[in-house]
Design a binder for this molecule. Structure first.
Ligand code: G6P
Length: 367
């Protein structure tokens, strides 16, 4: 069936705006609002048996996997191994039969991820896939499937598939943590409450569209852009940089904020916008001191935080987007949205083909 742009100029913008809805749909499929607990569809293996999780994905989906690594290790206390599809098999890591391998893919067809799945299956791992296309090859070949209910994603640059992947991964983390005895009812209620607030917060964040469009003017003039974040904001920095590269063709790099002093700081001057993803969480003060170093070197900081973060920063960034305060657990889901909007507006200013960027494909079925 033909899918329209719903009054938006591009599919990408339409898909960004669909996020409050599709995040809610994806969450409601796994969340019981009365008991306030997460219930996954029945799986052909017991979560309490999982001793290690191997996460494999490509592109934007690999950044969802990276957020999940932080969550699964810190909340469920299960060790995680993570790789991109194209490296995993050739690395030939030792794999334990009976271990859990988790594949994340919007299309369910990406050749490198699919090859990794077949490799893991052959090694006797249990293969669980998170896909957006329920009838895809990965879904068919996996032992179990969790679906993101993002609906068809047309724009080549992934947006709503990414945030709904994070929602499924957050639910999986909670279910795994509970099964492993790492989460009591209160803990689960707190994390679930954070999750249930995501659709409303996502809708609030879309109201920053105009502010981000204004900031995009500055970013569009840059040759290089740096994205910084710590903890679960680090994969969002990587995703922000990827989005910008994909659709605006501006060189962008995502870096762990604490690693900046080991290299990228040498590039900083007034021509390099530095986009900082910094929700006020337990790591905030560390990120703030990295931002102070950038500002001291004349760097043009675009600061994405909440009002508390802006208060605590201690220096004045070139631009500041004061986002709503959110539970740190769900912050990576929500902070993905402003970086999508920023990349989108930069691309529009540059006049690129936003939905069909040059040299890129929606689904890469060759290795
Ligand atoms: C391509 C797309 C990306 C996507 C990646 C992985 O590069 O352009 O948007 O993130 O493939 O795709 P998958 O369908 O496996 O998530």
């Amino acid at each position: 069936a033909m899918i329209g742009k719903g009054g938006h100029r591009h599919y990408m913008l339409k898909e960004i705006y669909e996020q409050p809805q599709v995040i809610g749909d994806t969450l409601n499929a796994m969340f019981n609002p009365v008991e306030r607990t997460i219930t996954l569809p029945p799986l052909p293996f017991a979560l309490d048996d999982v001793e290690r999780v191997t996460l494999i994905a490509c592109g934007t989906s690999s950044y969802a996997a990276m957020v999940a690594r932080y969550w699964i290790e810190s909340i469920a206390r299960v060790p995680v191994d993570l790789d991109v599809g194209s490296e995993f098999r050739y690395r030939d890591p030792p794999l334990q039969a009976g271990g859990l391998a988790l594949f994340i893919s919007q299309s369910g067809e990406t050749a490198d991820t699919l090859a990794a799945l077949r490799h893991c299956k052959a090694k006797g791992l249990r293969c669980l896939s998170i896909v957006n296309v329920a009838e895809s090859t990965m879904a068919r070949e996996s032992d179990a499937v969790l679906t993101t209910l993002a609906g068809p994603e047309i724009g080549v640059a992934s947006t709503k598939a990414f945030t709904t992947q994070l929602v499924v991964l957050a639910c999986l983390t909670i279910a795994l943590a509970r099964a492993k005895g790492q989460l009591d009812a209160d803990g689960e209620a707190r994390l679930s409450k954070g999750l249930t607030e995501v659709p409303a917060r996502a809708a609030e964040i879309l109201k920053y569209d105009e502010d981000l469009r204004a900031i995009a003017q500055t970013v569009a003039e840059a040759r290089d852009v740096l994205y910084l974040g710590r903890g679960t904001a680090f994969p969002i920095a990587l995703e922000g940089a990827l989005k910008l590269k994909e659709i605006s063709y501006i060189h962008a790099e995502g870096y762990a904020a604490g690693e900046m002093k080991h290299g990228p700081i040498a590039l900083i001057d007034e021509t390099v916008p530095v986009i900082v993803i910094a929700p006020s969480d337990g790591l905030f003060d560390k990120t703030a001191s990295n931002v102070q170093e950038v500002v001291a070197r004349g760097g043009k900081v675009i600061f994405l935080s909440d009002s508390e973060g802006n208060r605590r920063l201690g220096v004045t960034p070139a631009f500041s987007v004061v986002l709503p305060a959110v539970d740190p657990f769900v912050a990576p889901i929500l902070y993905a949205i402003p970086v999508q909007l920023l990349a989108y507006h930069v691309a529009v200013i540059k006049g690129t083909d936003v939905d069909q960027p040059r040299n890129l494909a929606k689904s890469v079925t060759v290795e």
